[in-house]
Design a protein around this ligand. Structure first.
Ligand code: SF4
Length: 777
């Protein structure tokens, strides 16, 4: 009798598709352990489940002169070359940031059980847990799946978390509540076969309006902005979306382009599917630096891109899911748990007024508010999360969302409850005012845990928060609500391009040392859907950045004309004028004179890039076949396990499924749309690979393919041990033969490509060779 596992305990509480996904992943981990799975394929596999390698101090810090070995437990730390099984980071998707109290409790429990007890809210409304051991991830995922949360496709070259305004449904300026649409989009694209073969990640966002919007549509691969149109038949206004494509931040930020100014609500899912197919077919796959959809849109031009999308849309096979969710949209509104009682004004706990001024938004629905829980650096402890879940039930009817500014909001709080809520938050250490103001600084993980981080974004943000918070009461009004955002490198995870004052980490050399620097980026716009990106004006040693912030804010207060926004002021100054302001700080320090400059914020050691690693943000580009055949192998692994347990019927079913998956992987190398239907898969496999003898090897000929045909056409009425063992062995041989077939095809394609290249070279006209007089040609 074995101890019940989380898998046993939760088997009837997990959605079957999520449970199956986790089993597959566990199977792939086992194959990896046995050395039977290629490391690159496994890396992409784990990334697609949100399981990242994480940066550590690897005990080897370069002190500027030589590498010093620090006292660090060697069995825990892995440095830049993180091993597949090192403790790492787990990213958890929270579509549109929507959370229930039960989900909050389970998130807290897994943070406590498997991580360092800290939950970190990201700039995509996800959660991240750090210091998680990969062996724990399947159970962590199961516990989340049992409350409807998945980590599937939290990373990798797939559709990432779908984000939306945290005020959706309660906002004054929205056209309508985008929540059910964001939810439907997230569900529809999760694991969708047309969204599995991208060269890079794909980010989707929804916004409720164009003007004050916080959905950041313009910086997304696909952005949908709610709009209505009058109904020609005089009915209620028609709902739809303006659709934008090809936006993005990163090293080269791009504003999204308008694909269509009105797509009716029933068309948004098929349109997203058609866009995914165009991206999968035409997007760059080899050079990951040019593989985001923004490069494809730029290369083709928006007109040609639109034509391709329209053509794809025309040939999509109909799918009930495109519109099935719409029936429920009118009723998909949140319900308050209390009547809309108004604040009476007498109960004003100490500090309440400051918190009320910055952290409370009055909903469209009179008497209700959104209260923002300001999380410095986006972090909260598991204990705080458990307590927050309780407060969410008591004050918000359980309506909670994360925000892209790394906070948590409670919605539907009755105004009269605000003082009591504030008191309770304060007791938890979560009653900080300043949400959405200059002290609410966004920062990516940077050098703390990200392998690509160059400078300490969290260290700098922490220092700025401390300094600005100390002066909060006396900060001049024009600068109080400026936004500051910090990224640890040019990749922009801290979204510095859309801050009034943004920074991204880099470094400079001084003598034998490296110095942490930050590039200063001014005049970006967070509102208006990330309507404008900032301008880089120069790099400053990290230690001087707080002085830069003081100088810029002081000069803005002194110089700006009445009503002139920070962005307009920066524009008026121009790059040269803005650079002049920070020039006194653009120095190269000398170690012997200013040693403090040679360590980063929050890290007293001498700065080094010695532990900089290889990024995991997107993983390697692994072929679709490699990904799909690895899933078939995990399925077979499950079959073997079932056989060992004596569950023969299950072993048979899984072995058959593994053969189908392998056949499908092969078929999809040339016929992407084969679908999931076993009859279609077998038929396509037979026509393309068996009848043509391409699957045949010189010795066994078509024998292994016949294992699949036989099991497909004659499912056994009863499976005994012998039969189960036989089909597991047959499935193994079939998968091996599939690998061999794909390899032959790839080699053949490479040979033909080389031949074509040579032929083209032969056909090229010979170049005239100019020789000096007297030389024969
Ligand atoms: S911006 Fe750079 S340092 Fe920050 S999380 Fe992204 S890749 Fe890492």
């Amino acid at each position: 009798m074995h101890e019940p596992t989380w898998k046993d305990h939760l088997h009837d509480r997990m959605p079957p598709d999520l449970a199956h996904e986790i089993d597959l992943f566990e199977g792939q981990m086992a194959l990896m352990r046995q050395g039977k799975l290629d490391e690159k394929v496994f890396a992409e596999t784990r990334l697609r489940r949100g399981v990242y390698g994480q940066r550590y101090d690897n005990g080897q810090r370069h002190d500027g002169l030589r590498t010093q070995t620090l006292d660090f437990p060697q069995d825990l730390v892995k440095g830049p070359n993180t091993l597949w099984d090192a403790p790492g980071m787990q990213r958890i998707k929270i579509p549109f940031g929507g959370l229930t109290p039960e989900q909050m409790e389970v998130l807290a429990q897994v943070a406590d059980a498997y991580a360092d007890g800290i939950l970190h809210v990201t700039t995509r409304q996800d959660f991240q847990l750090h210091y998680v051991h990969i062996e724990d991830t399947p159970d962590l995922m199961r516990r989340l799946a049992a409350v409807g949360i998945t980590t599937h496709e939290a990373c990798g070259n797939v559709v990432r978390n779908v984000t939306a305004c945290p005020l959706a449904g309660v906002c004054h300026t929205e056209a309508f509540d985008v929540t059910p649409y964001a939810h439907a989009m997230a569900r529809f694209l999760l694991g969708h076969p047309d969204a599995q073969d991208f060269g890079r990640k794909f980010k989707v966002a929804f916004s409720g309006c164009a003007h004050t919007a916080c959905g950041l549509v313009m910086m997304h691969d696909l952005g949908l902005l709610a709009r209505t149109r009058p109904d020609p038949d005089g009915g209620p206004p028609r709902r739809g979306f303006a659709v934008y494509v090809g936006g993005g931040l990163g090293a080269v930020p791009e504003q999204a382009k308008l694909l269509s100014d009105f797509v009716p609500e029933e068309e948004i899912l098929p349109l997203a599917q058609a866009i995914a197919r165009v991206f999968a077919r035409h997007g760059e796959k080899k050079n990951r630096n040019r593989a985001r959809i923004k490069f494809l849109v730029a290369q083709l031009g928006i007109e040609a891109f639109r034509r391709l999308v329209e053509e794809e849309r025309q040939v999509l096979p109909p799918d009930d899911r495109w519109t099935a969710y719409l029936e429920a949209v009118p009723g998909a509104t949140e319900e308050p748990h209390r009547p809309p009682l108004l604040l009476d004004g007498d109960d004003r706990p100490d500090g309440f007024d400051a918190w009320y001024a910055t952290n409370v938004y009055h909903q469209r629905q009179p008497g209700y508010c959104v209260a923002t829980i300001h999380l410095p650096l986006g972090d909260l402890t598991a204990r705080q999360m458990i307590a927050l879940a309780d407060l969410a039930r008591r004050y918000a009817g359980g309506h909670v969302r994360t925000t892209v500014e790394q906070n948590i909001v409670f919605r539907w709080v009755a105004e009269a409850d605000l003082p009591a809520l504030y008191r309770d938050l304060k007791a938890l250490g979560l009653g900080e005012p300043g949400a959405g103001t200059i002290v609410d600084i966004t920062a990516c993980p940077g050098t703390d845990t990200c392998k690509l981080g160059i400078a300490s974004s969290r260290g700098l943000a922490g220092e700025l928060i401390t300094r600005l918070t100390a002066r909060r009461a006396t900060l001049p009004e024009p600068v109080r609500n400026l936004r500051i955002k910090v990224s640890g490198c040019f990749n922009s995870c801290g979204q510095h391009h859309v801050a009034d004052i943004g920074f991204f980490g880099n470094s400079r050399k001084s003598g034998n040392y490296r110095v942490p620097y930050f590039q200063v980026v001014l005049g970006g716009q967070w509102q208006h859907n990330a309507g404008q990106y900032g301008m880089a004006i120069g790099s400053v040693p990290a230690r001087l950045i707080p002085d830069v912030v003081d100088t810029l804010t002081t000069r803005y207060v002194e110089d700006h004309t009445p009503g002139e926004s920070f962005q307009d002021w920066v524009k008026r100054l121009g790059k040269a004028g803005a650079r002049e302001l920070i020039r006194p700080f653009m120095i190269t320090p000398v170690y012997e004179e200013q040693p403090a400059f040679f360590s980063d914020w929050g890290d007293p050691r001498v700065f080094t890039l010695g532990d900089l690693g290889v990024g995991e943000c997107a993983g390697e580009v692994v072929s679709l076949f490699a990904m799909e055949i690895s899933k078939a192998e995990s399925e077979l692994f499950e079959a073997q396990e079932a056989l060992d347990r004596g569950d023969f019927a299950r072993a048979d079913a899984r072995a058959y499924q593994a053969m189908l998956m392998a056949a499908r992987a092969l078929v999809r190398t040339e016929y992407l749309d084969v679908g999931e239907d076993p009859d279609r898969i077998v038929e396509a496999f037979r026509a393309r690979f068996y009848d043509t003898e391409r699957f045949f090897d010189p010795f066994a000929r078509g024998k292994f393919a016949r294992y699949l045909f036989s099991r497909h056409e004659h499912p056994p009425a009863r499976v005994d041990e012998d039969a189960a063992r036989r089909i597991v062995d047959e499935a193994q041989l079939f998968i091996e033969a599939t690998h061999a077939c794909e390899m032959r095809m790839s080699e053949e394609a490479a040979r033909k490509a080389e031949e074509a290249r040579r032929q083209a070279a032969r056909n090229e006209p010979r170049r005239e060779v100019l020789l000096p007089p007297g030389f024969a040609s």
